[in-house]
Ligand binder design. Structure first.
Ligand code: ACO
Length: 323
């Protein structure tokens, strides 16, 4: 048997940083409102012409460096994104070409803010099956291109960025003790579409469209319903909240993160929060948070880490890893 081990983590944020105060010059909002409701202090926006695949490629290079891997070592690339460079081809193939990789397979996965956790679960199943050896799992977004700047209830919440991990198949059947992805749990429910969606697309309007959200309903769903996938992970692994070293949830909103952790009985000291640093970057948020917490020495080899995410669809999922 095989298990999937994380060998490296990398991230990339565009150069342009926009604080709440700067945003308040063009949007009818205040630093106080944004900070109090969401915990966000700033976000990064891609430069004109800077694309999702470019952010993804930068994050992938950082992850490859940390893993000590060459692009040629990679035989699977999954890019989770809701903001692809083009309707087709897949952003993942653009990343593959930019890295000079000509072997293996590259494809996109669309689960909005849950995309990275869905991509990690998918890559894990490829590696466990023995069909592939080394994967780049990337979450990358340019949500700034989807925002309606006349809607202050949504445009203050999001930013651009990318994060990536290198996953490697190693022999073994017991990731809980030997290291690797222990268990993944994914869910979706299409009845939630109208709560969080983009009002355009190739087969509806023929336009890109803008992000639309019923903030309060999304909040209620995120705290009320999505913790089930973490509970599923606990029971599949035979562990409880006290066994975790770190909880790394989707970085949408500080209040959602705090309420979810409290509901799950996870101690606040074990929660990794980075939403204040870069706002909600959708599929990039979990690997960005991982990159921060690995970089500052919080997440260390041997520790037990629970990832969780929720996004449009609705989609939601968890991944438990022995780091
Ligand atoms: N600046 C100033 N005032 C604002 C802003 C703003 N940017 N946006 C809304 N307001 C005003 C409203 O107009 C309203 O004014 P009123 O009372 O005079 O009508 C007031 O603030 C309160 O608005 P609410 O919508 O009730 O504010 P709420 O406390 O619900 O917070 C928020 C809004 C932050 C969006 C909250 O609902 C939330 O966190 N929802 C979760 C949404 C989320 O994080 N989604 C992320 C995407 S989903 C995902 O990633 C899974």
């Amino acid at each position: 048997g095989w298990r999937s081990v994380v060998r490296g983590v990398g991230a990339y944020l565009p150069e342009r940083c926009v604080t709440n105060t700067e945003l308040a010059r063009t949007v009818d909002t205040t630093d106080e409102w944004i900070l109090q409701r969401t915990g966000i202090t700033r976000r990064y926006f891609a430069a004109p012409g800077e694309t999702t695949s470019q952010l993804a490629t930068a994050a992938a290079r950082a992850a490859l460096d940390e893993a000590g891997c060459l692009p040629a070592d990679i035989d699977l690339i999954i890019v989770a994104t809701a903001t692809p460079d083009y309707t087709f081809p897949a952003t993942a193939t653009q990343v593959q070409a930019a890295l000079g990789i000509t072997a293996g397979v590259a494809f996109d996965l669309q689960a909005v803010c849950s995309g990275f956790v869905f991509a990690l679960a998918t890559a894990d199943k490829f590696l466990r099956s023995g069909s592939h050896r080394r994967a780049l799992v990337i979450g990358a977004e340019t949500f700034s291109r989807l925002l309606d700047w006349s809607d202050r209830t949504t445009c203050v919440l999001f930013g651009d960025g990318a994060g990536a991990v290198v996953l490697e198949a190693r022999p073994g059947r017991d990731p809980l003790h030997e290291g690797g992805i222990v268990t993944t749990h994914l869910r979706s429910d299409g009845r939630g579409r109208e709560k969080l969606f983009v009002d355009g697309g190739p087969s509806t309007t023929g336009t890109t469209g803008h992000l639309r959200m019923e903030g309060r309903d999304v909040f209620r769903h995120a705290v009320g319903n999505v913790t089930d996938v973490v509970v599923d992970a606990f029971s599949a692994a035979g562990i409880g909240p006290d066994d975790l070293d770190w909880f790394v949830p989707h970085q949408a909103n500080r209040r959602i993160i705090d309420a979810s952790a409290a509901k799950l009985g996870i101690h606040p000291d074990k929660v990794v929060t980075t939403v204040h640093l870069h706002a909600n970057t959708s599929a990039a948020s979990v690997p960005l948070a991982l990159s921060v917490a690995c970089g500052d020495g919080r997440i260390r080899p041997g520790q037990l880490v629970m990832l969780e995410a929720v996004g449009g669809g609705f989609t939601w999922g968890s991944a438990l890893l022995r780091w």
